[in-house]
Ligand binder design. Structure first.
Ligand code: COS
Length: 388
């Protein structure tokens, strides 16, 4: 663990105050303007949010997984667009280099990612390659001391703000599967790199995604993450194992926030001469929501502790991501129902959080991909038991 327990409690209390005093009051503005105000981004930098997980030697807080999920339980209570601002630096946009980068790559990029001076993005998905991530079509051809990259990366979170992209591209065209893929640290200014228009999305306004287009994009050979070809898919999978636990924690945070909103409304709003909280049909929704959120919190903490203990938690991370993202979807839906007609009206935020929560079941691996990963791991365990 990077922190003593008292410091962690203090950090979580500080984050809760930041969420309650700065982020939640700005939600309507962010949803309306599709932008996070600079004063809030500055506050995030001051709190060290961009460097929560970067190793301490590179200027980060070096949080262990359990500490990270505790912090994200708090930060996840605000509309998810806020978390997106710094989360690629904490997770998928930084971890490729932190986990598999060479010492030179770490020294070059991690301090600036940790401070938030540089925004990192993770470029795996393509127009024709989503869940089937091993089929990456983008190519990287070696040309002397350079690689030349071609292809399009799609739905890249934070790409409009990013200064650095972890790009997965195929270095071995003869190898159609995962083994032919390598990861590259590509800087924003690389010749041949351009960005598409930011996408208009269902929710999470204030968080931006766009295409990253690589046209004969030349990067020095030293941009190959880890310095060895053919390891990029595994780097991506390791990043996602950790990322999925982070997302699961964000789902828990949002679920707990929505339950608070639901109950605040239910004790204040009266129908038939009594508060909504008195009605048993609604009480069932409150209880189911609380149990869902509690189960999700326990799963995330258990998986995080196992990861900190050095265990392979692919199965647990996928289970937590699947359960927590489905749970927050159910809870956001119940919250709209409890709010009745007001649940459909923008002013009440229930409808925004419902739209925002929908993405959790899709990105960093859909629920169906998590099911595949879990079932594959179960079959592998059974084969070991059977000695096959
Ligand atoms: N950690 C380390 N290595 C891993 C791994 C992990 N979590 N998961 C797989 N690998 C390795 C495998 O061990 C295998 O290595 P060997 O060839 O040496 O045995 C290699 O990677 C290929 O694995 P696999 O055969 O399981 O790959 P598949 O092509 O079947 O793909 C899924 C597996 C579907 C799980 C993967 O493509 C995936 O996660 N897809 C979803 C991608 C995603 O989340 N996209 C969201 C956008 S990114 S924000």
């Amino acid at each position: 663990m990077a922190m003593d327990p008292d410091t962690l409690v203090q950090l979580c209390a500080t984050l809760r105050r930041f969420v309650d005093e700065q982020l939640i009051p700005a939600e309507a503005e962010v949803a309306e303007t599709d932008a996070i105000p600079e004063r809030i981004v500055a506050g995030m930098r001051e709190l060290g949010l961009f460097g929560l997980t970067a190793p301490e030697e590179y200027g980060g807080l070096g949080l262990a997984m359990e500490e990270e999920v505790m912090a994200i339980f708090e930060l996840g209570r605000a509309a998810p667009a806020f978390r997106s601002m710094f989360a690629t630096n904490v997770g998928i946009g930084m971890q490729g280099i932190a986990i598999d980068g060479t010492p030179e790559q770490k020294a070059k990029y991690l301090p600036r990612l940790a401070s938030g001076e540089l925004i990192g993005s993770f470029a795996l998905t393509e127009p024709d390659v989503g869940s089937d991530a091993g089929s990456v079509k983008a190519t990287a051809r070696r040309d002397g001391d350079f690689y030349v990259l071609n292809g399009t990366k799609r739905f890249i979170t934070n790409a409009p703000h990013a200064g650095l992209f972890t790009v997965m591209a195929r270095t071995d065209p003869g190898q159609k599967g995962a083994a032919g893929v390598s990861a590259f640290a590509v800087e924003r200014g690389a010749p041949g790199l351009s960005l598409g228009k930011p996408e208009k999305k269902m929710g999470q306004q204030g968080a931006h995604v766009c295409d990253v287009i690589l046209e004969d994009c030349r990067v020095p050979a030293s941009a190959l993450i880890g310095g060895v070809e053919g390891r990029g898919f595994k780097t991506a999978m390791k990043v996602l194992d950790k990322g999925r636990l982070h997302i699961a924690a964000a789902c828990v945070g949002l679920a707990e926030r929505i339950i608070d909103d639901m109950l605040d409304y239910a004790v204040a709003r009266r129908q038939f001469g009594r508060p909504l909280a008195d009605f048993q049909l609604l009480q069932a929704m409150f209880a189911d929501s609380r149990a869902d959120a509690y189960a999700a919190r326990c799963m995330v903490l258990d998986a995080a502790r196992k990861r900190d203990a050095g265990r392979d938690v692919g199965l647990e991370a996928s289970s937590a991501k699947m359960f927590a993202s489905e749970a927050v979807g159910r809870i956001a839906d119940r919250n709209v129902q409890v709010h009745g007609g007001n649940g459909y009206i923008r002013e009440y935020r229930a409808e925004q959080l419902y739209r925002d929560a929908r993405l959790f079941r899709i990105y960093e691996g859909t629920t169906q991909i998590q099911q595949i990963i879990i079932a594959k791991a179960m079959a592998a365990e059974a084969r070991v038991r059977a000695g096959l």
